[in-house]
Design a binder for this molecule. Structure first.
Ligand code: MG
Length: 367
């Protein structure tokens, strides 16, 4: 099979809740997502998506994704989309770094591999584990009482895992964690995600003040080294996210016993091919994972579902259903949350069929 064309679309994804706020005064109200179609000489098309969490979260931004795809796409015409290892080598040789740029293309080629073989991507990644899997719900930064009140609301929607957006001053964050913890019921999981927002001394104060709370601490500080200091200071279970940008960082973290859980975001590491390598390594050494992406709509939610659903349950800490956070649906067949849980499609590929009326015309295409 050969790639005969690549089309790129842009879609705005507004949030049901108006805006999403995290550390450092950052917020996004409309996500700018990029959808890629990879056309082939076999007459089948694969679909992928990339959606950075604004420009301030990671070294990634929406127009950068499109600029990067425009750089790479002409060099991929004629390549075999089913030879995913070779395809990734080709992308890495053509462009150093910029993993998020490559993610939507790699995702589209997994969709093609599934369609060409008549198998769901989850089957190609190890098989659907059980009927479905549990999701977490991010709780946007707000006052302690407002964030605590969200727990009851989201629990009524079926969620049992709650990720508080903290990462501001120590006193407010300690109050947020205590207020939220007071609302927990048996079986609930609470995560305090600072999104790199604490300096090391602030993180030390917070983890000391919540040492008796049943809470996970996620990515307290900006650098890996600062996180490691906090990790060695606290006995709360510990999650690394932003600094885990590739398999080399996972290997380093394993060697340092730097985390109990990682947050594996598909575009952060360059696509499903590399995310699956990391997933399999983590399963082999006993590190649990939240499997998700920086943000996205129906296609990214489908890709998350296939990778998460094919992960052994005890190592799947949680996952995210981004398409339920946003008001725009653009693909039929995308997984839909049911009582806080999600399932990957049993259809070939990612199992999604984009609605072209919503996507509109390509912003750019290559033949
Ligand atoms: Mg996080």
């Amino acid at each position: 099979m050969k790639i005969t064309g690549i089309r790129m679309y842009q879609v705005d994804l507004p949030l049901h809740e108006g805006s999403y706020k995290w550390s450092g005064g950052n917020s996004v109200s409309v996500f700018d997502s990029t959808v890629v179609a990879v056309d082939t000489d076999a007459g089948i098309t694969g679909w992928g998506e990339v959606c950075p969490l604004g420009p301030a979260y990671l070294p990634a931004y929406a127009r950068g994704a499109r600029t990067g795809i425009a750089e790479l796409a002409p060099q991929l015409i004629g390549a075999d989309p089913l030879a995913l290892g070779i395809l990734n080598e080709r992308m890495d040789a053509a462009m150093r770094g910029h993993p998020y740029v490559k993610s939507a293309i790699d995702m589209a080629c997994w969709d093609l591999l599934g369609k060409a073989t008549g198998q769901p991507v989850a089957t190609l990644m190890g098989g659907h584990v059980g009927d479905d899997f549990a999701l977490y719900r991010a709780i946007s930064q707000d006052t302690p009482d407002a964030m605590a009140a969200r727990i009851a609301q989201y629990r009524s929607e079926g969620y049992t895992k709650f990720q508080l957006k903290v990462g501001s001053d120590a006193d407010t964050d300690i109050a947020r964690i205590h207020a939220a913890a007071a609302k927990l019921q048996p079986g609930d999981v609470l995560i305090a995600d600072a999104n790199t927002g604490w300096t090391q001394h602030v993180a030390m104060r917070v983890v000391d003040a919540v040492r008796d709370v049943n809470v996970y601490i996620e990515q307290p500080c900006m650098t890996y080294e600062q996180c490691l200091v906090v990790r060695r200071h606290t006995d709360r279970p510990f999650i690394l996210d932003e600094v885990v940008d590739g398999i080399d960082m996972v290997v380093r973290g394993i060697a340092d016993q730097a985390m109990d859980v990682i947050n594996l975001k598909i575009s952060k590491v360059g696509g499903l091919t590399k995310a699956r390598q990391i997933r399999d390594l983590c399963v082999s050494v006993g590190i649990a994972m939240t499997i998700e992406d920086t943000w996205g709509g129906d296609i990214i939610t489908a890709a998350i579902a296939h990778l998460a659903h094919s992960t052994p349950e005890r190592f799947l800490f949680s996952a995210t259903d981004f398409n339920s956070y946003v008001t725009v649906a653009f693909a039929e067949g995308a997984p839909q949350r049911k009582h806080g849980r999600l399932a990957a499609s049993r259809e070939p590929g990612l199992g999604v069929q984009p609605v072209m009326d919503v996507l509109g015309k390509p912003v750019q295409e290559w033949r």
